[in-house]
Design a protein around this ligand. Structure first.
Ligand code: PGA
Length: 249
């Protein structure tokens, strides 16, 4: 599993401006190692076309932070997978805990989004993760398995095409990272669940997310079932993001 190329994905969330993005991307492009792991940035949708253009000629790929489950039509404010693919998007984050919490996204909605992305050639990054309350109640494994099961069910025979991100909600933006052992324990559970669903589970990258930073990336990425990172805050600083990329390369 360790032979798999790691993926480092920056989730910019609702941050940035044209000027900030240009500076950040120039910094990333200038420092990218020659043998880099796969690198992805997920800017706010309104900047996607700009970012795709700015990254032309580099190995850095562009993703979206969300995608509509619907194909087209009367869905005010939504962006379809076809539109995103048309603009150069290769990956779409689906089911981020902020979308589940603030937009009421259920496992069924998240699964439908993953399926919609795949249908247009976009790789969904399916996010799962427990809240602090759920962890303390001993429900972590049940919660992440239920969330992943929703996506596995929805994408059916395409399970090997997805990326999974384990993001404990209590670690996101809090500076509290899961310990490498805590993360590995959950990643192993997810790997086993994927293995039961597809013979090609070894192809599925399982990212860790939640306060991954320049200081802790190396030990997290050294775990056998951690195949990359989904990075929020530390993805907004070129130097920090590059340090994480180096740790994964
Ligand atoms: P964080 O965010 O790195 O700022 O904790 C990670 C995420 O929410 O994807």
């Amino acid at each position: 599993m360790n032979a798999m190329k790691k993926l480092i994905a920056g989730n910019w969330k609702m941050n940035g401006s044209r000027a900030d993005n240009a500076a950040l991307l120039a910094g990333i492009a200038a420092g990218l190692p020659a043998n880099a792991c796969d690198v992805l940035v997920c800017p706010p949708a309104v900047y996607i076309a700009d970012v795709v253009q700015a990254l032309q000629g580099t190995a850095v790929m562009v993703g979206s932070q969300d995608v509509s489950a619907a194909d087209k039509g009367a869905f005010t404010g939504e962006l379809s997978a076809a539109m995103l693919a048309d603009c150069g998007v290769r990956y779409a984050i689906v089911g981020h805990s902020e979308r589940r919490l603030y937009h009421g996204e259920t496992d069924a909605v998240v699964g439908a989004k993953a399926q919609a992305a795949l249908a247009k050639g976009i790789t969904p990054i399916v996010c799962v993760g427990e809240t602090l309350e759920q962890r303390e109640a001993g429900e972590t494994q049940a919660v992440v398995k239920r969330q992943l099961a929703g996506a596995i069910h929805a994408v059916a025979h395409c399970v090997s095409e997805i990326v999974v991100a384990y993001e404990p909600v209590w670690a996101i933006g809090t500076g509290k990272t899961a310990s490498p052992e805590q993360a590995q324990e959950v990643h192993a559970v997810l790997r086993a669940q994927l293995a039961a669903a597809t013979e090609q589970s070894g192809r599925v990258r399982i990212l860790y997310g939640g306060s991954m930073n320049a200081a802790n990336a190396q030990t997290l990425l050294a775990q056998p079932d951690i195949d990359g990172g989904l990075i929020g805050g530390a993805a907004l600083k070129a130097a920090d993001f590059l340090t994480i990329i180096q740790a994964a390369s």
